[in-house]
Design a protein around this ligand. Structure first.
Ligand code: ADP
Ligand code: MG
Length: 687
């Protein structure tokens, strides 16, 4: 058909007939052009090749079935619950009842004669079989795109059905000739990639799992290839930063004022940083080290060097609690050396902030520690020479850019263990320094996994520790992440519960994200002063808190946390000279939970835990395909895609090496695609 169709024209041009309502309907999910429709890929896939017959449905199983609606009744129970039941007939004439709860509006949408594809939990009692519906689609689709195959589930919105989207994409694909490829055949062969045309078609309508995998691989490869090309082309390896002078006497003064000696690992990391700082090139370094490895002290040394060179430094942390803690630590290390620090966080009064800003602008203050408040409200530095960013993945590109516009040297700190090749990609083009090992005297945290039935024993043990003068953290996950109120509820309930379980003498405090910043600080300060024995908190408080006297970390409903997060939480204890314990309380006793949490019990090293977690999760069989455009690099994705990323980076480097401006004739399509994607998403730019 039309080989020349311009994919970038608006759907309103009606160059391809997708139905009269298409432009309006598709606009609801942000699709305005044919290209956008083509790259609206399924979020996930369902294998509907062999749907079970009703007779094969097993009680308790989650299943997908098809059926025709024969009857439908809606009722309200005495307790006000709405229940709708529909009698379904399967292809062989057998019967099942589908049940919906509390969706009275469905009475209008589900009626006799409709063909449905339904997914839900099977309830079988004797010969009656019911399906508790979790999701369903109306199969009004004569092309049978919705079952007897692997079916893509698209991101969509209420009122825009899956079947409709599938049909629209199908019509477009049918109207298009083969999609031209921006990679040459020889490259496809070398990197074992399928053609773009096959990848796009198979990503929408996979013929088999193998085809789907191959399609996903090609699309991801492109995502990362264009990302790498954009990053590599935008970097300026010779960008100038500060040239600092490192004087031996300053380092000695710093070491002397430090309450401990830097470990070998810390010293090595510091040396790499100082080498960068002495070079005229702008430093862009990622300092990675496990929780508790002592990154802050290393950063403090760098700050001191910057200040001794007459420059200012800034440290940006992701939360107010962390900012305050960094502030306290840095003051402890640096105040005796004459460094004047300012704290800048959103919860300070306007007057306080104004005063702090003025001292930074005049150069009266040497160091600013804060949250993103640092870069909002137009904080001006007299002469910012070094920016330290803690756990940077929590900051948006714009936020970072604000702080870095004067091209200071940049040090990013992260406790997230990711392999070197991935760090290169996720962080754009940062160079990597890893702190090996932990400070001496750190005792490994004894980790235990128990089921909820053992909770009382756990808290009896916690009380023992409290009687010995130690302190205890108890962490609970949020029940519902989006609901701020639930967070309060989760923490309050747990605190009340512990007041029942523990002896009255236990002084119990509570911390959650809904407290004002002052309230949080008060609670934290009380815990630090040991006016509290036990601190209940939600995960908002997970990172960075440092109270050496706390020796027990109890994590309730541990199965709800990611393993890396559990490892981070565990890192809150074992910071003093006393033996420390971490108790994972599992809310369910399944083998899967035991296996997963067992990894944290057995391993002490964050890197290993991350890798085991990955292996356990497996590559996943039927994953979703990422939306096209430059990838948003969340770490989870990146870890899954190591191999593809490395290859894409390899190709990008080779391409630019041979042809820095991508001017060759063969690269024309590649260039066009790169331009398109760069426009769609801002390149993640660290510096
Ligand atoms: P990170 O930020 O890497 O998780 P911190 O910088 O917060 O770790 O350090 C964790 C704890 O270890 C702090 O209490 C700090 O004072 C202490 N610490 C850091 N370096 C050393 C060291 N070389 N020797 C002893 N204690 C150290
Ligand atoms: Mg830290």
């Amino acid at each position: 058909m039309d080989r020349q169709l311009d994919l970038d024209q608006e759907l309103t041009s009606r160059a391809v007939d997708l139905g009269a309502q298409a432009p309006k309907k598709l606009a609801e999910i942000g699709i305005g052009t044919y290209r956008e429709l083509l790259s609206h890929f399924p979020r996930r896939y369902e294998d509907r090749r062999a749907l079970p017959s009703y007779g094969a449905l097993v009680d308790g199983q989650t299943a997908t079935i098809t059926g025709q609606v024969m009857s439908r009744v809606g009722n309200r129970s005495r307790r006000g619950m709405h229940v709708m039941r529909a009698g379904l007939r399967g292809a062989g004439g057998e019967r099942v009842t589908a049940v919906w709860f509390n969706q009275p509006w469905l009475e209008k949408q589900v009626y006799p004669g409709l063909n449905l594809v339904l997914t839900g939990k099977v309830k079988r009692q004797g010969r009656t079989v019911e399906l508790m519906v979790q999701g369903f689609e109306v199969d009004d689709d004569s092309e049978s795109l919705s079952f007897n195959r692997i079916v893509g589930i698209y991101p969509t919105t209420q009122g825009l059905s899956q079947a409709y989207l599938r049909r629209a994409v199908k019509r477009l694909l049918d109207a298009l000739g083969p999609l031209p490829d921006h990679l040459q055949r020889s490259l496809l062969e070398r990197y074992e990639l399928v053609s773009l045309d096959r990848a796009v078609r198979q990503a929408h309508f996979p013929d088999s799992e193998e085809e789907l995998q191959a399609a996903r691989r090609r699309l991801k490869f492109d995502d990362f290839l264009f990302f790498e090309l954009a990053v590599l082309r935008s970097r300026d390896p010779n960008r100038l930063g500060r040239t600092f002078h490192v004087r031996e006497a300053d380092l000695e003064a710093f070491a002397a004022s430090l309450p401990f000696t830097l470990t070998e690992g810390q010293q090595r990391a510091l040396n790499e940083i100082l080498t960068d700082m002495q070079a005229p090139k702008q430093m862009a370094r990622l300092l990675q080290g496990d929780v508790g490895s002592g990154k802050t002290a290393v950063a403090a040394a760098a700050v001191y060097v910057a200040v001794k060179n007459g420059a200012q430094a800034a440290l940006m942390a992701p939360t107010e609690i962390l900012a305050r803690q960094h502030f306290l630590n840095l003051q402890r290390y640096l105040f005796p050396l004459g460094v004047r620090s300012e704290l800048l966080i959103g919860s300070m009064s306007a007057g306080e902030r104004r005063a702090a800003r003025a001292r930074l602008a005049s150069g009266e203050a040497d160091l600013a520690v804060g949250t993103h408040a640092l870069i909002q409200e137009g904080v001006e530095f007299h002469d910012l020479g070094l920016a330290v960013i803690d756990e940077e993945h929590r900051f948006g590109v714009e936020q970072r850019r604000g702080l870095l516009k004067s091209t200071p040297d940049v040090l990013v700190m992260s406790a997230t263990p990711i392999p070197r090749s991935l760090a290169l990609t996720t962080y754009g083009d940062l160079e990597l320094t890893v702190i090996d090992g932990l400070p001496p005297g750190r005792q490994p945290v004894k980790t235990m996994l128990v089921t909820a039935s053992k909770r009382r024993d756990v808290y009896r043990f916690a009380w023992q520790q409290i009687k010995e003068g130690r302190q205890v953290y108890v962490v609970t996950p949020l029940i519902e992440e989006s609901e701020a109120l639930d967070e309060v509820l989760a923490a309050t309930r747990l605190a009340d519960d512990l007041r029942q379980i523990m002896p009255e003498a236990a002084r119990i405090g509570m911390l959650h994200g809904r407290l004002s910043s002052d309230e949080k600080d008060e609670v934290m300060a009380a815990f630090r002063r040991h006016d509290l024995d036990l601190l209940v908190s939600t995960t908002v408080i997970e990172v960075g808190v440092d109270v050496p006297n706390a020796t027990v970390m109890v994590i309730e409903n541990a199965e709800r946390f990611g393993l890396a997060q559990l490892h981070q939480l565990r890192g809150r204890v074992g910071r003093g000279s006393h033996e420390s314990h971490c108790v994972l309380v599992a809310g369910d006793a399944s083998r899967k939970t035991r296996e997963r949490l067992g990894i944290v019990v057995k391993h002490a090293d964050g890197f290993t835990i991350a890798e085991m977690d990955l292996r356990l999760r497996g590559p996943g069989d039927l994953h979703g395909t990422r939306q096209s455009g430059l990838p948003e690099l969340s770490i989870g994705d990146v870890v899954d895609d190591v191999e593809i990323i490395e290859q894409a980076r390899d190709l990008a480097l080779k391409m630019l090496d041979a042809d820095p401006e991508l001017e060759a004739a063969w690269a024309e399509r590649l260039r066009a695609e790169l331009r398109r994607r760069s426009r769609a998403v801002m390149v993640r730019e660290v510096i």
